[in-house]
Design a protein around this ligand. Sequence first.
Ligand code: NAP
Length: 546
Amino acid sequence: MSTPLTNGTPESLDVLVVGAGFSGLHQLRLYRKLGYNFRVFEAGSDIGGTWYWNHYPGARVDSPVPVYEFSEESLWKDWTWTEKYPGWQELRSYFRYVDEKLDLKKDITFNTRIASAEWKDSEDRWEVKTDNGLVVHPRFLVLATGALTVPYTPAFKGLERFEGVKHHTARWPEEGVDVKGKRVAVVGTGASGVQVIQEVGPEAAHLTVFQRTPNICLPMRQGKLDVASQTMKKKRGLYNAIYRRRPQTTGGLVHSDFPTEYFSLTAEARILRLEEVWEIGGFVAGSPFPDVLTNQEANDATYGFWRDRVRERLRDPKVQEKLAPTLPPHPFFTRRPSLEQNYYEVFNQHNVELVDLNESPIAEFTAKGIVTGDGQEHEFDVIVLATGFDAVTGAMTNIDVRGMGGKSISEAWKDGVYTNLGMTVSEFPNMFFTYGPQAPTALSNGPSCVEPQSEWIAECIHYMEQNKLTRIEATREAQEAWRDMSLGIQDKTLLGKARGWWNGANIPGKAVETLSFPGGMPFYLQTCKEKAEKGYEGFVLSSKST
Ligand code: NAP
C-alpha cells in the first residue's frame, strides 16, 4: 500500500466514504467487515451528520425511535431512549454510544471537507483533494453527504447590516443563544422554523414569525419512554420485527398502509379513519387513505379535516386563516409536514406576532432588524434564519466532482437530475451516493433508506473485487429509463402541484422536478436487488487488465 500521509491516511484507498452520519457510519462498518483499505472523511469535528450540525432550539427528529436508529442488534440491545421523538442532545449521546461500542472514530478523518474529486480514466481511480491539503486516490468514491446539509439563506438585501445575533438554524451555536426576554424573529416556517417557534415563543419577550407558506403540520404525539418497557419489547422480539419490517413499508416507517381507498369508504368510515390517524399522530396522520396523494377529492377532504382541527386551537380568526387557510396552499402532504407539539398554541400568546410575507414581503435587513414591504421596521435582538437547504443534490453539486471528460456533476445536472437507481451517475464511474436524488430519500425515514442502500453499494464493490473488475459505470440508457420512471410515477400523483425543497423549487435557478423516487421503498429496493442479481444490469463493468 502507498505511503501514509502525515495524518495516517494512505494515498491509495479502496474506498473513500464522505460523511459520518447514519449512512457513512453504516458503510464504515461494512468496509471494515470486508477488510478493505478505506477511510471516512468528515467536514465536522464529530460523528452524527445532521445531528452534529443542527442544534437550534427545539431541534428533534420526527421519525419515532426505535425506527430511527441503527438496526444492528449489538447497538440497539443496550441502548434506551427517554422520548419517542428524541431531541438533538439525546441523538448526540446516541452517536457517542455507537462510537464507544464500535470504536468508529479511528477510521474517520475529521475537520476535512472534500474540495474536489476528479476521475482518472487511465487508472480507474478518483483523485480527491480536501480543503486541508490531503490528496487521496480511492478506487471507489461514496458520497454519504446527506440530503439536508447545505444551508440556504436567501439573498436578502442588507442581510449583513444586522447588528444583533443572527444564525441559520443549521449553523446554530452548540452552546445556544439566550433568548429569554429578547425580541426574536424567525424567518421561515418549514420543519426547522416550526420547531424553533415552539421553543422560543414561550421564552422570548417578543417573537415575530415571518411566514410565506403555512406549514400543514401534523400532531407529533410525543411521549416519554421508560427503560422497562423498551427492554420488554426487545425480549418479545419486537425490535427484530421492526427492523425486518422497515424496508417493507413505503416510507420505511413500519406502519402499514390503510388498505381501503377513500371512495370505497362510507362517509362515516372516512370521518372515523381521519379521527383515528389524528389520534395516532406522526406521519400516520398524513396518510389516512392510500389514495390521499393521487385522488384530489381524498386530498381535499383530508385537508379540510386538518384545517378544522388546527383552527380549533387558535383564538384569533385572522390567525386561523393565515395558519390554516380555507383553501389549501398546496395539496395535503405534497410538501414535508412538520410534526408539532404546541406550535399553534404559541400563536395564541400575546407576545407572538405573525407577519404574512405574501402581503408584506421582506424589503431589507437593517442594523436594527427587518423592514417589510409596508415600510415598517421590526426591531430585533436575535434573528433566526429557518430558510432551509439546497436539499438532496446540494451536498454533491457543491463539491467540484468531475467525471469522464472533466464534466462536473453540477453541469451534468444543470437541467435536471440523471441517475441510475438513485445511487450512480453515467460518466462518473466508481462513484456511488446515498440518500440523494431519485432514491426514496425525502419520502423515507433516513436509517431505513441508507442502510439497504449502503449494503447494495458495499455488495457491488465486493462483487467487483471478487471478479477482479476495476470499473463500473451506469449506462446512459439505464439512467434515462430510471429518470423517466421516477418522473412518470410522480406524474400520477399530486406531488407536482407543490413547490418546495422536495422538488428543488426553493432554490433560485435549480431545475424543478421531483428529487426523490416516489415509488416507495419496497419497489425501489426490489428493483436494485434485481439489477444486481442480473450481473448489474444497466451498468458496464470492466477491468483494466482485460
Ligand atoms: P424548508 O422546509 O425548506 O423551509 C424553509 C422556510 O423558509 C419556508 O417556510 C420558506 O417559505 C422560507 N423561505 C425560504 N426562502 C424565503 C424567502 N426568500 N423569504 C421568506 N421566506 C423564505 O426548510 P427547513 O424548515 O429547514 O426544513 C427542511 C427539511 O429538513 C424538513 O422538511 C425536514 O425534512 C428536515 N427537518 C427535519 C426535522 C426533524 O426531523 N424534526 C427538523 C427540521 C428539519 P416557503 O415555504 O414559502 O418557501
